[in-house]
Design a protein around this ligand. Structure first.
Ligand code: KIV
Ligand code: ZN
Length: 388
């Protein structure tokens, strides 16, 4: 049986740190529910010590979702950990995610601490977190620029103290796939208590390698990937969830792992996020961009007509995208309108379908083509607002 890779989604924490991606409380809850439907294993809901707003959002998400773990981020200090626990404790399955930098440059200039002191802090922080919950993750910030043997020691210390997941982030998006593979493999081979925890990876995209690095790490034995919808995140962003999941699924024979993600919810999830943060999906975005399944050249079109597999390595249906086939206009029936809403991530009751259907008809009288964006705007204006 294929090994399971756990998907840790940090759209609402690292993703929200992306310039222009701020979300209010309602929007965060809506996105959290969509992530639950998508089937991620963990939602990192925020950084509770950062602000009262962050604390309240994490608490609200902890109460709003059921089938998914809810993580809160905290530095490796007692006050942060206490505040984090306060925010997440009502979740069905809460996780404390505590972190501390381990690279020479961060320890010297940011923390002003000696490696020995850092090891002590990690031990103390993980033990303190463990006094609240069994579910504790430790992240070695800037791991990819840390000394490998020091990282072995840090990982052993965190596991010994009770961490069940140890995350090895490429915080500044510096590493390259073959290098990251070697590093994760080195940990897998040298950490003496490695079997007591899951190794996780968290890659930033500064050099455009976040997804490739995460996949290389899976190949080396990592069994949790941290990622965000549409790859939003600090600076150039994080590894894009949809790219990772579809690479794992499309190249099963290569990775031999599986996730719990319902791939048909990928497109609705990306649409939902794009609509919430008001950031359009770039047309050439892998998997979910408007052009991802569009064939322009005559040779390609000819091939696809003869057999789709000539130029398509996955189907639009597999990511929940049927827009190529369903065009909404004045001749559409209510069933097509309902399907379109579902494809965009909105499950409507019969009354809502009726309202939307009428709104679409009215718009189609005035506008030749009704785009997905129009239908989504109508859902938000005519269906949801009317109910408030
Ligand atoms: O990039 C990073 O190192 C992080 C950690 C806090 C996990 O976001
Ligand atoms: Zn990060």
């Amino acid at each position: 049986m294929a090994d399971r890779v756990y998907v840790f989604d940090t759209t609402l924490r690292d993703g929200e740190q992306s310039p222009g991606a701020t979300m209010n409380l309602d929007e965060k809850i809506r996105m959290a529910r969509q992530l639950e439907t998508l089937g991620v294993d963990v939602i990192e809901a925020g950084f509770p010590i950062a602000s009262q707003g962050d604390f309240e959002a994490v608490q609200a998400i902890a109460r709003a979702v059921e089938s998914v773990q809810v993580a809160g981020l905290c530095r490796a200090v007692t006050g942060d950990i206490d505040r984090c626990w306060e925010a997440i404790k009502e979740a069905r399955n809460p996780r404390i995610h505590t972190f501390l930098a381990t690279s020479d440059i961060h320890m010297k200039y940011k923390l002003g601490k000696e490696p020995e002191q850092v090891v002590e802090m990690i031990d103390k922080a993980v033990r303190h977190a463990k006094s609240y919950t069994q579910n504790v993750e430790f992240s070695a910030e800037d791991a990819s620029r840390s000394d490998w043997d020091f990282l072995v020691r840090v990982t052993e210390t965190a596991i010994e103290a009770g961490a069940t997941v140890v995350n090895i982030p490429d915080t500044v998006g510096y590493t390259q796939p073959f290098e990251y593979y070697d590093m994760i493999k080195y940990l897998m081979d040298n950490v003496r208590n490695i079997d007591d925890a899951i190794i996780s990876v968290h890659c930033h995209n500064d050099l455009g390698s976040a997804v490739a690095n995460s996949l290389a790490a899976i190949k080396a034995g990592a069994r949790q990937v941290e990622c965000t919808v549409l790859g939003i995140g600090e600076r150039a962003g994080n590894a894009a969830l949809e790219d990772l999941v579809m690479a794992i699924n499309t190249r099963k024979e290569l990775y031999d792992v599986e996730t719990n993600v319902v791939t048909e919810q990928l497109y609705p999830s990306c649409r939902r996020l794009s609509q919430i943060i008001g950031m359009p999906i770039p047309p050439n975005k892998a998997i979910v961009g408007a052009n991802a399944f569009a064939h322009e050249s005559g040779i390609h079109q000819d091939g696809v007509i003869k057999n789709r597999l000539t130029y398509e390595i996955m189907t639009p249906d597999s990511i929940g995208r049927t827009s190529n086939d369903i065009v909404i206009g004045k001749h559409s029936g209510s069933h097509a309108v309902k399907n379109k809403a579902e494809e965009l991530g909105y499950v409507l009751d019969p009354d809502q379908v009726k309202t939307l259907f009428q709104a679409v008809k009215d718009l189609a009288d005035r506008k030749e083509q009704v785009f997905d964006e129009d239908v989504e705007a109508l859902i938000l204006e005519s269906v949801y607002r009317r109910r408030d």
